[in-house]
Design a binder for this molecule. Structure first.
Ligand code: SAM
Length: 278
C-alpha cells in the first residue's frame, strides 16, 4: 500500500532530490512496517537512524521507540524534518555526514542502540564496516541495502558472492535477509533491487582469533588474489617459505586451495597459526 505522506511532503516543500546523496525515498507502507517489525523495535529502544530523508521511516520508529536520533547530511532536509517531526519529543536530529560521526560519543556508555536505516547506497559498505569494526554498544543493524550487497553479506564459502565483506559481517553478527524490495517502492525509483537485512551483533565474535588485524589481513590477501592458490596469496603475509608451509600443515589446510573456499573457522585457524609462527 502506498504511503501518501512521502509524496505529500516532497510536494509541500517543493523538495528537489539530489542523486549523488542516494536519495530514493520509501513510499510503501508494507516496507515501512516490515523494517520496524524486522528491527524488533520496542518502547525501551534507543534507535539511531542514518539518512531520514523526509522522515517517513523516522515517524514510524518514533511511534514505538524510546528515542530516535537521526543523522542527515542534506541541509535542505533539516528544516523539513524539524517541522514534520516537531510533535515527537523523543526525536533528535544530527546534521552531519554519517561517515564522520563519532558513534562512541553519540551512543554513550550505558545504553545499547539499534541502528535502522534505508541507507544511501554509495556509503553502505564503509558505514557497515565502521559500525562493526568500531565495536560500539550496538544490538542490531537493520538496513535497506542494494540486493547484491545483501547477498554478499549473507554468502556462503565457495559462492561467487563470498568475500572479505561476508567474513567481516559474519565475524561480528548473525545475518538475516528480512525481505526483498522492488524499485517501485521508492521515489524516484532506483535502478536496482533492494533487500532489508538484519545484522544481530554477537556477544563475542563468531571465532576466536589471536590477532584481529592479522586475521583480516589474511582474509584481504586471499580475496585480493581470488584466482590464486592460498600459498601464492599468502606470500606477503610476513612468513618465510618454509614457515608458511608449516603454517598450512599445522592449520590442516591444503595450500593449493583458493581462499574463497575457506570457512570463517579455517581463516581463524590459519591466522592463529601464522601469528604463532611470526
Ligand atoms: N530514510 C528515508 C526513506 O526511507 O525514505 C530516506 C532514505 S534515502 C535512500 C538516503 C538518505 O540518506 C537521504 O535522506 C540522504 O540525504 C541521506 N544521506 C546521504 N548521504 C548521507 C551521509 N553521508 N550521511 C547522512 N545522511 C546521508
Amino acid at each position: 500500500m502506498e504511503n501518501q505522506s512521502t509524496k505529500d511532503i516532497v510536494l509541500k516543500y517543493n523538495f528537489r532530490f539530489t542523486k549523488s546523496l542516494g536519495q530514493n525515498f520509501l513510499t510503501d507502507d508494507t516496507v515501512l512496517e516490515d523494517i520496524v517489525m524486522g528491527a524488533d523495535i520496542t518502547e525501551d529502544d534507543y534507535v539511531i537512524e542514518i539518512g531520514p530523508g523526509v522522515g517517513t521511516l523516522t515517524k514510524e520508529l518514533l511511534k514505538t521507540a524510546k528515542k530516535v536520533t537521526s543523522i542527515e547530511l542534506d541541509e535542505k532536509l533539516i528544516p523539513i524534518l524539524q517541522e514534520e517531526l516537531k510533535d515527537f519529543p523523543n526525536f533528535q536530529l544530527v546534521h552531519k555526514d554519517a561517515l564522520k560521526v563519532d558513534y562512541k560519543e553519540l551512543i554513550g556508555e550505558e545504553q545499547s542502540v539499534k541502528i535502522v536505516a534505508n541507507l544511501p547506497y554509495y556509503v553502505t559498505t564503509p558505514i557497515i564496516a565502521n559500525l562493526l569494526n568500531g565495536k560500539y554498544n550496538i544490538k542490531s543493524i537493520t538496513i535497506m541495502i542494494q540486493k547484491e550487497v545483501g547477498e554478499r553479506i549473507d554468502a556462503e564459502p565457495g559462492t561467487k558472492d563470498y568475500g572479505a565483506f561476508s567474513l567481516l559481517a559474519q565475524y561480528y553478527c548473525d545475518t538475516k535477509i528480512i525481505r526483498k524490495v522492488p524499485p517501485s517502492c521508492f521515489i524516484p525509483s532506483p535502478k536496482v533491487d533492494s533487500v532489508v537485512i538484519r545484522l544481530d551483533i554477537l556477544e563475542n565474535p563468531r571465532v576466536q582469533v589471536k590477532d584481529e588485524k592479522l586475521f583480516f589481513n589474511v582474509i584481504r590477501q586471499s580475496f585480493n588474489m581470488r584466482r590464486k592458490t592460498l600459498s601464492n596469496a599468502m606470500k606477503n603475509i610476513g612468513l618465510e617459505k618454509e614457515k608458511l608451509k608449516e603454517a598450512f600443515e599445522r592449520a590442516n589446510i591444503d595450500s593449493n586451495r583458493r581462499g574463497e573456499t575457506l570457512s570463517i573457522s579455517e581463516f581463524a585457524n590459519l591466522a592463529n597459526v601464522i601469528s604463532e609462527l611470526k
